[in-house]
Ligand binder design. Sequence first.
Ligand SMILES: [Zn+2]
Length: 305
Amino acid sequence: MRFAFIFVLLAMVAPASGIAWATDGPADGYVAEGVYRKTYGDLAIYAIADRLGRLDFSIVKGLSAQEIAKLASPSPELDKTSLTSYVSFFLIKSPAGLFVVDAGLGQADMAKTLEKAGFSGEEATDVLLTHFHGDHVNGLLAGPNPVFPKATVWASVVEDQYWLKDGAGGRGQNAAEKLAPYIKAGRYKTFEPGQEIKPGVKAVELYGHTPGHVGFLFESGDLEFLAWGDVVHAYLLQFARPDVTMTYDVDPQKAKETRAKVLGEAAERGYLVAGAHLPFPSLGQVKKGPAAGQGLSYVWDKELK
Ligand SMILES: [Zn+2]
């Protein structure tokens, strides 16, 4: 009888899967396949792997295949014509809400992906969009239905103007479709960079990759956490050479100026950085790199303290 009682008690406290659960939720680290969690004070940050693909050399502007190979070598992510390409998005749980930074491509079942992190789409209070490219907005919908039905979706005024307003033509069609149910429900809002969206969450102007591209700076205690969207696409190239641009950049000149500026700032201030196309878990820090002769160079440090 007593043994049976102990067995029942053990069954009650044992984890439901192979994951080690702390009292307040999953422990830091990989909490499921493609879901990485890191907590700092009252912020819990979840990086979600959305897609792994290849970034073809033809997308890189201003470097020959030989120069790319030289910069990226000897990484296993490099082959003769391409580099590994990552798409991630982020959930941030703070006292001010449950924030989703970008929605990814949404190729996988979004409900199941969020469930792996321990959330449902209904719990999200705010979706913060860095810009309107498909790999950042497509996950807003599952079929015709909003994945985050109770959330407010936020974008910069300039991004809204460029893709959705008069003169945008067909270029904004995809974003308009993905935002439509949120706009209809009165759950779409725009902001000016510099604006505090919620307590401890501020939009930061990072124009260039797209005209209204922004990042989101979360502050909690001593921590400054910047989710910077697409400041860097090819980390093996663009930390060492911030002047290298991609064919996707709407304004390449502005994109490289923004990258040089924010890399310097991130290294100086010790930001924790999240980037949609950084190697999974797409979280880390920017460090100053060796002088390269073409301006300042940086390195990506994905070791998390
Ligand atoms: Zn992107």
